[in-house]
Each structure stands twice: as structure tokens, then as C-alpha cells.
Design a protein around this ligand. Structure first.
Ligand code: GTP
Length: 383
């Protein structure tokens, strides 16, 4: 047997919980997306700055060599300036990579970096250690000191470039790994939200179906007589209109039989309403049993019943049916009453002779029924 999914959202409270969960999961997906976008942008800046470190280290070496060789004071000043700038940005960026913090971006604006970890952190620490012996400014350096610094930088140039490459690669790997982790969380939240959404749809569908069934039940009840379970006046008129329209299309004959109990009021008055109710209920049962399955049987008033019998036209068949109804009523007479004290008057109208309009047929049958009453009751009359 398939798992009944709808039982998971059986109650209104569970349905509301599922909707709230769906919203929370959806919000998680949204926030993760924003988080990923922010990190991807931040990682791109960091990778770009790690690449800039290589260029700065080249600029420092070049400026140092120029300063060591230049004789012209102007050229010396330019080289010193170039070295100081490149060195300051290089070291500030290394510090920002090491412990997290602010440095200058490629466009000159401040940029905040997150501290790097593992291999990246090791590369940063090694570079800081390598550059520690270098002066931050060349202004106060003697020629011998300048030459030593230039030789040192040239000697370690490749090493510094390699370390900065390592930093770039580590940053790229970190970025890919973090993005993958976030995507995993995002996918999980998305799948949960999707499953939740399916549950919500199933739950809503179930509630909708229940509401429809409930409404159909009420509509059916509105067409039933609560005492006897037969159709009431509304139910009978709707069903009869459908049956008569069908009969009219095929020009089929049939009969409408109206029944009104005789002497029913004294039953209530003498024996009480519950006994009267029991008589009505048992008479309704007998009517239903006596009529055909295809006949429409209804209670349209206090002690007034009606039968719509498509195909019933033969006079003998009509008489037979009416006789059985009269006999049934006689059998139902409570013992406390004298025989013949309770009876039924029956009027018959034919919907071949009198047309197919329900009101006309009822009026004709009513007329016939009063003929039966005028004749003393407990009998039937057909024109
Ligand atoms: N017990 C019971 N009585 C009902 C119900 N509905 C209507 N009645 C009663 O049925 C009676 C019908 O009155 P009448 O039409 O005068 O009945 P009757 O004594 O058979 O008189 P005729 O029809 O003229 O032969 C009234 O006393 C109503 O109060 C019901 O659901 N249960």
C-alpha cells in the first residue's frame, strides 16, 4: 500500500507548521545565496590583492636597485618614494592577510580582508619574516646598506614570488571549498523546502476535498426529510424536473401519484406525536418498498407524500399500486384506533395526458386526490 502522504498534514496546525517551515527554509536558501554572493565577491578581491603582492614585490626590488645605482638626487628621491609606497602597501596587505583587517585596494580605496588560514597563513608568515630585515624607508640608508638591501631582495625575489603564488592558490582553494559547502547547505534547504511544498499541496488538496465533501453532504441533507429519509419538497421538485425533462424528450408516459393521509391528526392528538412520527416513518418505508427503484418517492408535507413513476400508464398497474398502498396503510393503523380510522387518499395524474410540467401535474393529482377524499377517503382516484 502506498504511504498516505496526506496523513502527514492531517490537521490545520500541521499544515500551518508546514507552511511556516517552508517559509523558513526558503528564507535560508535566500540568505545562503546572499552569503555566497558576498563571499564570492570578497574572495575575488582577496585573490586579486594576493596577485598584486607579486607586482609590489617586483616594484620594491626595482626601486631599491635604482636607488642603489642612482647618482642624481632627484632620481634617488623618486626611487625612495616608489620603494616606500610599494613597501608600505605590501606590508599592510600582508598584515591584513595575517590577522584580518584593512588595507588599500587596487583602486586606492580601503578594503577589509579576512585572516587567511593553513597554507595561506604559512606563506604570509614566511613572507613577513623574509621582509623583516628590509628598512621601511631608504632615506637614512648609507650606500653600503642600500646595496645590501638590494642584494638581499634580489636574492629572495623568486622566493617571495613563490610564497605569494602559494597565497593566491590557497585563497582560490579556500574560496572554492567554502562555496561548495554553502551550495551543499543551500541545496539541502532547497530540497527540504521542495518536499515541504509537496506536503503543503497534498495537505491543501486534502482539506479542499474534505470541504467539498462536507458541502456536498450539506447539500444532500437540504434535499432530505429528516424524519423519513425520503426526499423533501425541494429534493422532489428538482429530481422530478430532471425526470420529466428526460421523459418529455423521449415522449415517454408516466404517472404522478399524490397521497394524503386520512384521519392522521387524531393519531397525534390521541396517541401523541411520537406515535404519529412512527406511522409516518413506517408508511414512508412501505412506500419505498412498494415503488420501483426508478420511481421518485418524497414527503412533501406533514402527512402528504408523492410518487413520480416514469413508465407507469397501464390502468391495471396503477390500480394495483394504489391498492397495495391503501392496504399498507391499513396494516399500519395503531391498535388503539378502530379499523379504517386511519387511511390514505390517492390522486393520480398522467404526464402523457397532462403534459410534463411538474406544477400542472401536482395540481391535477391534487384535484384527483380531493375527489378521493370527497368520496370518503382511503381510496384512489384517476381521471
Ligand atoms: N407526528 C407528526 N405529525 C405531523 C408532522 N407533520 C405534520 N403533522 C401533523 O399532521 C397533521 C395533518 O393534518 P391534516 O392534514 O388535517 O390531517 P388529517 O387528520 O389526516 O386530515 P385530512 O388530511 O383532511 O384527512 C397535523 O395535525 C400536523 O400537526 C410530523 O412530522 N410528525
Amino acid at each position: 500500500m502506498p504511504f498516505p502522504l496526506s496523513t502527514l498534514i492531517g490537521s490545520r496546525r500541521r499544515l500551518v507548521a508546514a507552511i511556516l517551515l517552508f517559509l523558513a527554509l526558503d528564507l535560508t536558501v535566500l540568505l545562503t545565496n546572499l552569503w555566497i554572493a558576498r563571499h564570492v565577491a570578497g574572495d575575488a578581491v582577496a585573490i586579486n590583492l594576493a596577485g598584486r603582492q607579486r607586482m609590489l614585490s617586483q616594484r620594491m626590488t626595482k626601486a631599491l636597485l635604482l636607488r642603489a645605482q642612482a647618482a642624481d638626487p632627484v632620481a634617488q628621491a623618486i626611487a625612495e618614494d616608489e620603494f616606500r609606497n610599494a613597501h608600505a602597501i605590501f606590508m599592510r596587505t600582508l598584515d591584513a592577510f595575517a590577522g584580518g583587517g584593512q588595507t588599500t585596494g587596487s583602486d586606492g580605496r580601503p578594503v577589509v580582508l579576512d585572516p587567511v588560514s593553513d597554507r595561506g597563513a604559512a606563506a604570509v608568515a614566511s613572507t613577513q619574516a623574509l621582509l623583516a630585515p628590509l628598512p621601511a624607508s631608504l632615506a637614512d640608508e648609507q650606500q653600503a646598506g642600500l646595496q645590501r638591501a638590494a642584494d638581499y631582495l634580489v636574492e629572495h625575489n623568486v622566493e617571495i614570488l613563490t610564497l605569494m603564488n602559494t597565497l593566491t592558490t590557497a585563497l582560490e582553494r579556500d574560496s572554492v571549498r567554502r562555496t561548495e559547502q554553502l551550495r551543499l547547505i543551500q541545496s539541502g534547504a532547497f530540497l527540504l523546502a521542495l518536499a515541504n511544498f509537496v506536503l503543503i499541496v497534498v495537505g491543501l488538496n486534502r482539506r479542499f476535498r474534505e470541504a467539498e465533501e462536507e458541502s456536498a453532504r450539506w447539500q444532500a441533507l437540504a434535499r432530505l426529510d429528516p424524519l423519513t429519509g425520503l426526499s423533501n419538497r425541494k429534493g422532489f421538485f428538482e429530481a422530478a424536473a430532471r425526470q420529466l425533462a428526460r421523459a418529455k424528450r423521449g415522449q415517454e408516459p408516466g404517472s404522478l401519484i399524490l397521497l394524503d393521509l386520512d384521519g392522521f391528526k387524531p393519531v397525534n392528538d390521541r396517541l401523541g406525536h411520537p406515535v404519529g412520527d412512527a406511522v409516518l416513518v413506517r408508511f414512508a418505508e412501505r412506500l419505498r418498498l412498494t415503488a420501483r427503484q426508478s420511481d421518485e418517492v418524497a414527503r412533501i408535507g406533514g402527512d402528504e407524500f408523492v410518487l413520480l413513476c416514469p413508465g407507469l400508464v397501464d390502468a391495471h398497474a396503477i390500480d394495483d399500486l394504489c391498492r397495495r398502498i391503501v392496504e399498507a396503510m391499513a396494516e399500519l393503523t395503531p391498535d388503539e384506533l378502530a379499523p379504517k380510522q386511519l387511511g390514505v387518499s390517492i390522486g393520480v395524474a398522467s404526464f402523457f395526458d397532462h403534459g410534463y410540467d411538474i406544477d400542472t401535474l401536482i395540481a391535477q393529482a391534487d384535484h384527483a386526490m380531493y375527489e378521493a377524499k370527497r368520496g370518503g377517503g382511503d381510496r384512489w382516484h384517476r381521471p
